[in-house]
Design a protein. Structure first.
Length: 65
């Protein structure tokens, strides 16, 4: 108890990404690159960091593999 969290573990938790980030976002106004979060047309972050269309595209990508 009370042991500090190792920096490496802290970084890993902070860096946790949605699996959908493995592909680019298909939305024309977003086009988030792989490994980067989605954003709204006004460049605001979106909830969960992923557009539904990107999630759909990712699922299609998985099925195609
Ligand atoms: Zn997006």
């Amino acid at each position: 108890m009370g042991a500090p969290m190792p920096d490496s573990l802290r970084a890993a938790l902070h860096r946790q990404q949605p699996p959908e980030w493995a592909i680019a976002c298909p939305l024309p106004y977003c086009q988030a690159k792989p490994g980067t979060p989605c954003h709204s047309p006004r460049r605001r972050p979106v909830p969960l960091g992923v557009h539904p269309s990107r999630a759909d595209a990712w699922i299609a990508h998985q099925n195609a593999a």
